[in-house]
Design a protein around this ligand. Structure first.
Ligand code: KG4
Ligand code: ZN
Length: 347
C-alpha cells in the first residue's frame, strides 16, 4: 500500500494550528510537522476566550501556520493527498476561518477536502501516538469537554456519559480565579495544592450516588466560594495555607469523582470483551499528575491498559485533525465545497 499525506487545520478555540501527517505503508502514522500558535496573551486580560478576538487572530494566523507546517514537513502542496479541517464543534468564527482557508487550498489544488469533528480528532489521538486498536475507552478531559466514549472506528463512537455542567478544566480555572491564582488554573491549583491538606475542607463528591457515567463539577465551585467567603468573614482574608488546603481539597474531589466514574465506564466497556482493553485520556486536564495516577491505578485494578499521549498532542493541535482526516479518507469520506462550519456537532 502507498503512503498517504494529509494537511490538517485547527482553529475551533484559541489555538491556530496546522500540521502534516503521513501514513507510511498504510499502517505507520508519522507527524511530519505540527505548528500551534496560541492566543493566551490576547485573551488573558479578559479572563476567558473572547470569540471576536479569537476569530480575527485565526484569520491572521492560518496562512502563516499552513506555510510553516508545509515548510517544516518539507512537503509541497503537490505532495499532499487531502486537506482536513476542523468543521466543528467550537467558536463559529474560528471554525469558519479554518474551513474557508481549507476550501481555498482545495479549490486551488484540486485536493479532496475532509471536514473533521474536533472531538473525533482528540478521540483518535491514541491511535496516532500509540496505534491503540479499536475498540478502546476514551476519557476526554479539557477546559471545554468531559466525556467517556467507546471508540469503535473513525466515525463510530458510543458516549457513555459526561459532565452535565462545567468541564473539569473550567472548574480548575474558576477555582484559580476565586483564589486569586494565575490562569490557566489547572497548573496553578495543582502546584498550590501540593502544599495543602486535602482533608481540611469537605468538598462534595457530586453524582457518585448515581450509577451512571455522568459527572458534575459546578457544585465544587459553589462549595469553594462558600468556604472562601467564610474564611474571609472570620479572619478578613486567606492565608497561604488556607489557599493550599482549598486547592488540595478541590483537586481531591475531582480526582475521586473521575476515578469512580472511570471504574463504571470501564465496567460497561468490558462488556464488549475487547481483545486488548485500553483506557486512553486526552485534553489539557490529563496533564494533572494526581488525575493521571488515579486513572492509572483504576486501570491497574481492573486489568486494562492505560495510554496518555504526550501533552502537546493531548491539547489542541492540528496533527490530530490531519490524522483523523487520514482515517476518514481511508473510509472514502470526502466533503465538497458545501462543507459548512458547525458550532455544535455531537459525536
Ligand atoms: O485541552 P486544553 O488545552 O484546551 C481545551 O480546553 O480545549 O485544556 C485546557 C484546560 C484548562 O482549563 C487548564 O486549566 C486545564 O486544561 N489544565 C489542567 C492542568 N493543566 C492544564 N487542569 C488540571 N491540572 C493541570 N495540571
Ligand atoms: Zn480540544
Amino acid at each position: 500500500t502507498e503512503s498517504l499525506t494529509v494537511l490538517g487545520l485547527e482553529s475551533s478555540c484559541d489555538d491556530t494550528a496546522a500540521a502534516v501527517v503521513r501514513l507510511v505503508d498504510g499502517t505507520e502514522p508519522m507527524i511530519l510537522s505540527s505548528v500551534v500558535h496560541g492566543q493566551t496573551d490576547l485573551h488573558s486580560a479578559f479572563g476567558g476566550v473572547v470569540p471576536e478576538i479569537a476569530a480575527r487572530a485565526h484569520a491572521e494566523k492560518l496562512d502563516v501556520s499552513v506555510r510553516q507546517a508545509l515548510e517544516q514537513a518539507g512537503v509541497g502542496l503537490d505532495k499532499l493527498d487531502a486537506v482536513a479541517v476542523t468543521a466543528g464543534p467550537g467558536l463559529i468564527g474560528g471554525v469558519m476561518s479554518g474551513v474557508m482557508c481549507a476550501k481555498g487550498i482545495a479549490a486551488a489544488t484540486g485536493l479532496p477536502l475532509i471536514g473533521v469533528n474536533h472531538l473525533a480528532g482528540h478521540a483518535l489521538t491514541p491511535r496516532l501516538t500509540d496505534r491503540v486498536g479499536y475498540p478502546y475507552l476514551m476519557l476526554l478531559v479539557s477546559g471545554g469537554h468531559c466525556q467517556y466514549l467507546i471508540v469503535r472506528g473513525p466515525q463510530a463512537f458510543t458516549r457513555l456519559g459526561g459532565t452535565i455542567d462545567d468541564a473539569p478544566g473550567e472548574a480548575f480555572d474558576k477555582t484559580a480565579r476565586l483564589l486569586g491564582l494565575p490562569q490557566p488554573g489547572g497548573p496553578s491549583v495543582e502546584a498550590e495544592g501540593r502544599l495543602g491538606d486535602p482533608k481540611r475542607f469537605r468538598f462534595p463528591r457530586p453524582l457518585l450516588d448515581r450509577p451512571d457515567c455522568n459527572l458534575s463539577f459546578s457544585g465544587l465551585k459553589t462549595a469553594l466560594m462558600r468556604m472562601r467567603d467564610q474564611l474571609v468573614a472570620e479572619q478578613r482574608g486567606l492565608t497561604r495555607q488556607d489557599r493550599a488546603d482549598l486547592c488540595a481539597g478541590f483537586q481531591a474531589a475531582v480526582v475521586d469523582t473521575l476515578a469512580e466514574k472511570t471504574r463504571r465506564a470501564i465496567a460497561i466497556y468490558l462488556e464488549d470483551n475487547p481483545a486488548t482493553p485500553m483506557l486512553a485520556v486526552a485534553g489539557g486536564v490529563a496533564a494533572n499528575a494526581a488525575i493521571r495516577s488515579a486513572l492509572e491505578k483504576v486501570c491497574g485494578e481492573t486489568g486494562i491498559g492505560f495510554v496518555a499521549p504526550p501533552l502537546r498532542l493531548c491539547t489542541d493541535n492540528a496533527a490530530m485533525i490531519a490524522y483523523a482526516g487520514i482515517e476518514l479518507f481511508l473510509t472514502g469520506a470526502r466533503d465538497g465545497m458545501t462543507l459548512s462550519a458547525r458550532p455544535r456537532w455531537p459525536l
